[in-house]
Design a protein around this ligand. Structure first.
Ligand code: PMP
Length: 338
């Protein structure tokens, strides 16, 4: 098989059985490992769709500039699309994001503008506002706006959901994914529920984010918003890509539980994945322990690769400084001896 360009390798990622972390749980736990995409994350899927839909609608024209606010993974997908199709890319990022993500985007030729994290979304310094302003100022520029651009969920409706349905031969009973823009959860879940309306979808949220409370009460509660560390999931806004009607419930996972589970995925399953993967698996296993029955098939979406977090959850000093490294078994050899 010969591909015409890197973007033709997006999708068709493997579904892999958990072998150790699922101990004591009835039913089957499978993970869909999205780091097999060329940009090492599931966001490649929606990035290429946002670009191609914009081309079709005439919003993105030859020689144009793509401008986006990104936590890094969407930027990588857009950068690959930009290279393949000849667009310049400028990305705005919050300064809480891993340095690796910024370096990776610069490595593939994108311009990256780092903005403060702890300012309101409508503050002119926020990464959302800076992206919008650049879009106004730069002629022939396209601002995909992954939060509200519906090509985002449609990409997962057209690819991620159908791949899961096909690979489980229609046996999936539970779907679990973290929710940031909401595109991956909403698009995949909508497709899967259309095939089997009994299928249960569980969204993973963070402490410091509005989704769980909003689902339960219909209320946007600003008191739910406070700083947290986990990257890629949870929001202080309600993006248009979150379709609450196809998400049955939300589970919140702490930064620490997510970080510890991320390291366990690497060391016990050989899945060198990103931090929000730990959130998804921690929440999924908590749910599964109580609710999964023999014959059930749970699929957990794992968004990205571990290299982006080498300076954080995979760094023992960082973990210790945040009070996350109590279990010596996951420290260094030196810790275990001590
Ligand atoms: N995890 C990571 C690492 C991400 O970059 C994202 C994207 N924001 C998500 C999870 C959440 O995915 P979505 O935006 O589709 O809700």
């Amino acid at each position: 098989m010969i591909y015409n360009s890197i973007i033709d390798t997006i999708g068709n990622t493997p579904l892999i059985r958990l072998n150790k972390l699922n101990k004591g749980i009835a039913g089957e736990i499978l993970v869909k490992v999205e780091y097999f995409n060329p940009g090492n994350s599931m966001k490649d899927r929606m990035a290429i769709k946002m670009v191609e839909d914009a081309e079709k609608e005439g919003i993105l024209k030859p020689g144009g500039t793509i401008i986006e606010g990104t936590s890094g993974n969407t930027g990588m997908g857009l950068a690959l699309a930009g290279i393949a199709k000849g667009y310049k890319c400028i990305f705005t990022m919050a300064d809480k994001q891993s340095k690796e993500k910024i370096d990776i985007l610069r490595a593939v030729g994108a311009e990256v503008i780092v903005c403060p994290t702890n300012v309101a979304p409508d503050d002119p310094r926020s990464y959302y506002a800076v992206a919008r302003k650049l879009n106004e100022d730069i002629p022939n520029s396209f601002y995909p706006n992954q939060y509200d651009n519906l090509s985002n969920w449609r990409a997962h409706y057209e690819t991620t959901g159908p791949e899961i349905w096909k690979d489980t031969e229609g046996s999936i009973t539970h779907f679990v994914a973290g929710v940031g823009t909401g595109g991956s959860m909403s698009g995949s879940s909508k497709f899967l529920k259309e095939q089997n309306k009994e299928m249960v979808s569980i969204g993973i949220d963070t402490y410091g984010s509005v989704f769980k409370k909003y689902k339960e009460t219909g209320e946007f509660d600003e008191n739910e918003v406070y700083p947290y560390l986990t990257e890629g999931i949870g929001e202080d806004i309600l993006p248009k890509n979150v379709d609450f009607s196809v998400i049955d419930q939300f589970i919140k996972v702490t930064d620490k539980d997510a970080a510890v589970m991320t390291r366990r995925l690497s060391r016990e399953e050989g899945l060198f994945v990103g931090w929000s993967c730990g959130s998804a698996v921690h929440g999924a296993l908590e749910y599964a322990k109580e609710n999964l029955k023999k014959g059930d098939v749970m699929v957990i979406l794992l968004p990205d690769h571990g290299t982006r977090y080498l300076g954080k959850v995979y760094n023992d000093d960082w973990m210790r400084n945040h009070g996350f490294l109590e279990d010596k078994a996951y420290g260094t050899a030196r810790d275990i001896v001590a």
